[in-house]
Design a protein around this ligand. Structure first.
Ligand code: EMZ
Length: 385
């Protein structure tokens, strides 16, 4: 097996039954594995709710480490629409030329940095730094702030060997509280200030609501972006011909971004709380239990994707759900796509090959399934073009 490969652990059960089962802290989950059923469930917010107890739709559940509702992520329609309308324009800023130019400069700089190094531990020295620096653009705050986030390390919410770490999570919550206070005292043109000044349905957001948007902005795009970057480096290490191809055919870059994100599916699944006794895949599901929309499985559904386990850089039809589906689709997707796009372009331009020196896989334990989602660490040597 190639080191960059992410095998599909769901295949057999998906084909056999269409759903899987796992326990999570004594709160069982029925996992929806096929793309078609997953889409139906994602649309059906009345039966499959996001706005339950804060933290419960995340798997592993975060009910024991957080009380703040993440917004718009843990809000159902119709309120969801109003919050989404408020934040959507801000999260589309990565499409602006000035944003793209600064992000390109950041990525050029960090690729130059790692090219100058002897060996590089990709997760902590490349992916975390790149993700943190890019996040200063999304929040519209000074670049230097990224140093604080980098100092937290890769595992703010999930330390190695411990899926949920309340003490570490508090570092983030306290930090955000402090930043909200600063923005109240001295408003600027950053995301905190925008939220504090905004109204939804004629009412200002509460401090708790502002905090809910900010926690989501920090947490939702951290592991996911770090895994995407690290997995991309591992893939190019074993496929230098893909770097050559992206250099020769830059017009396929947008398709390549979607394909890598489909294949990596950096967020394995997202839960919903069931509001009434129901049935999925001819399987009874009880009220007040959870289902999960298993993006990683749906993205390998052989009924939809030809050769689902191959990375086909210019895949023509690619209706993947790696950024979720329906009204809760990923708010940070524009930013994530822009990072990945510029990363691919920059690596193709500057890097000839990459050697993998050492690695340690990050495997999620999901009941009957074990899924490799990326690496805990990956040490490589980059070679200049
Ligand atoms: C939540 C989640 C959002 C959760 C789209 O995903 O990401 C997870 O990494 C966080 O732990 O709190 O923000």
């Amino acid at each position: 097996m190639e080191k960059s490969e992410l095998p599909d652990p769901f295949k057999e059960v998906r084909e056999l039954k269409g759903y899987g089962e796992m326990d999570d802290q004594n709160d069982p989950v029925t996992m929806i594995l096929g793309l078609k059923n997953l889409r139906k469930c994602a649309h059906n917010w009345k039966t499959f709710q996001s706005g339950a107890e804060p933290g419960r739709i995340v798997i592993p559940s975060e009910v024991n480490i957080r009380d703040t509702r993440q917004i718009p992520f843990e809000v159902d329609p119709p309120e969801h629409k109003d919050f989404r309308a408020l934040v959507d324009p801000w999260f589309k800023r990565p499409l602006e030329e000035a944003y793209k130019a600064t992000l390109t400069q950041q990525i050029n700089d960090i690729v130059d940095e790692v090219l100058a190094q002897d060996t590089v531990e990709v997760v902590s020295e490349f992916a975390l730094r790149l993700q943190s620096r890019a996040l200063t653009l999304l929040l519209n705050i000074p670049y230097e702030e990224s140093e604080t986030w980098i100092s937290w390390g890769t595992h703010v919410f999930r330390s190695e060997g411990e899926a949920l770490d309340g003490d570490k999570a508090n570092i983030l919550y306290d930090y955000i509280d402090e930043k909200i206070t600063e923005a109240i005292e001295k408003p600027g043109d950053d995301l905190y200030s925008m939220l504090l000044a905004a109204q939804v349905n004629g009412k200002k957001l509460t401090r708790e609501e502002v905090k809910g948007v900010m926690i989501l902005t920090f947490a939702g795009g951290r592991d996911t972006v770090i895994n995407t970057i690290t997995n991309s480096v591992a893939y190019f290490a074993e496929h230098p011909e893909s770097l050559d191809r992206l250099l020769a055919e830059p017009e396929i870059t947008t398709k390549a971004v979607e394909e890598l994100i489909r294949y990596f599916s950096p967020l394995t699944q997202m839960g919903r709380v069931v509001t009434e006794d129901t049935e999925v895949c001819e399987h009874a599901i009880k009220e007040d239990t959870r289902i999960s929309l298993c993006w990683a499985s749906a993205n390998r559904d052989e009924k939809v994707f030809e050769n689902p386990n191959d990375i086909v850089l210019d895949r023509k039809v690619n209706p993947h759900v790696a950024f979720g589906f329906s009204h809760h689709n990923c708010l940070g997707a524009t930013h994530a796509r822009q990072i990945t796009n510029i990363l691919l372009t920059t690596l193709a331009k500057k890097v000839k090959s990459i050697d993998i020196i050492d690695y340690n896989e990050n495997i999620e334990e999901l009941g009957e399934f074990k899924r490799k989602v990326g690496f805990n660490n990956l040490t490589v040597k980059f070679h200049k073009r």
